[in-house]
Design a protein around this ligand. Sequence first.
Ligand code: G1P
Ligand code: ZN
Length: 543
Amino acid sequence: MNVRTVPTTPIEGQRPGTSGLRKKTAVFMEPGYLENFVQSVFDAVGGLDGKSLTVGGDGRYFNKRAIQTILAMAAANGAARVLVGRDGLLSTPAASAVIRARRTEGGLILSASHNPAGKTGDFGIKYNIPAGGPAPESVTEAIYRRSMEIDEYRILDCEDVDLSTVATLRMGGMAVEILDPVAIHAGLMRTLFDFDAIRALFASGFSMRFDAMHAVTGPYARAILEDELGASPGTVVNGEPLPDFGGGHPDPNPVHARGLVDLMMSPEAPDFAAASDGDGDRNMILGRGTYVAPSDSLAVLAANAVLAPGYAGGLAGIARSMPTSRAADRVARKLGIDAFETPTGWKFFGTLLDAGLATLCGEESAGTGSNHVREKDGLWAVLFWLNILARRRDGVKEILAAHWAEYGRDYYTRHDYESVDKDAAEALMADLRRRIPELPGRPAGALTIAAADDFSYRDPVDGSTADAQGVRMVFEENARAVFRLSGTGTDGATLRVYLERYEEGSGELALDPQEVLAGVAAAATEIAGIHARLGRDRPDVRT
Ligand code: G1P
Ligand code: ZN
């Protein structure tokens, strides 16, 4: 087999965003596009000679083809071994678990998360470091710099490898080890949660629905929930991963998982429901008649963590992204542990987890996880909830109500303005930033701005800094609004407006968040001039 060195030229725009490089699938399929980026990763990490790598993806269109290209390039770059999930599948948390358990020199994860897939959809690729987490900015910047100077890539001329069965095959001098995509991750879950208690819960007639949204978590959920824990067959719906996710938008939120939410609000609702996203790192949690906001989910998991064997010794600290509500901070305060506030994106949690400063992490965007891997983990969150429900023998609604009564409730919503004009969105943010000094004391709608800043972060472990991470406004009325632009979209820009208002435990705790937050939304919309600047009179998505 022949190693081919292919001359190439830099391609603009290969700078990874919030979570790796994401582009339209058609862009990734252009000749040399994937190859340039992959070679840039290999070069930026000091070459692959004699190293091992983990590779897998969420099964979306182009996943299998891209994996064959990556394998041939890894072989040509001298890799000793690549671990790859059967059929090219590995959920993002499972890939992180494999990197850590098998100590590979990091991994490549092929996914655009919850973004729609298919020829006209999105594709993505992300490099994770040997600790198992997304590459920090120092590494993604090195990859980007390399992509701007690259002049050749190496690839082996060879046949495709058959990835359909668990086996170890060879590609040139490299071993290709095809893994059961579920086994390592499931093994880890067994060490963290009380599987006996969850089995007893299901045996007592507890009913559940898990919507895998035709994305990667179907095989994981079936193996763990139905086969191992005894949930009745049919608990997992939309469990076959499909290259186009069945034409859906696998983002587990009340908009894109509408059917599941409707079921849970109906008389036919099972006791518990959950969904995960394209690559299995996000989660949505529902009880009968109840939607659990992700920020609340993090707080409830933290407050009940000792019920799970893996966390019985207590938590070191809790980290949340800045736009996530402060509900988890209240739990941290009560537990007497540290609360960390990081920029948006899982990559900022890595140093805190590695240093043992934080045990649980979460984001308002349906991401929750812990130090068991270095990614957020959808099924982990579902199992954590099941563990708590099994031990408390109480419903989701009751657990949430008791939590709010104890800590108060951070009413929360996020309003997204999607695919808006990029220049207009950037001008809106620039203008907000420029006006920050004059905002405190100013009225906004019916509220008054108490403080405003542009969030900047200094990592307490490695001292690295990240500026301009979102404009925060705190109002005198116990409320907050945060504005930032998405770093994961591929179409124009998306403005995210995060809104919250705190209500004491003795106050009204069961109201509709959209109603409670209408005044904060109006204040935020007015102060940023959203309607005029973006030409939109309402958000596309309210989570
Ligand atoms: C979004 C979420 C963020 C999450 C990321 C990857 O990023 O807001 O919390 O970490 O997806 O799943 P954004 O598009 O806002 O940059
Ligand atoms: Zn995801």
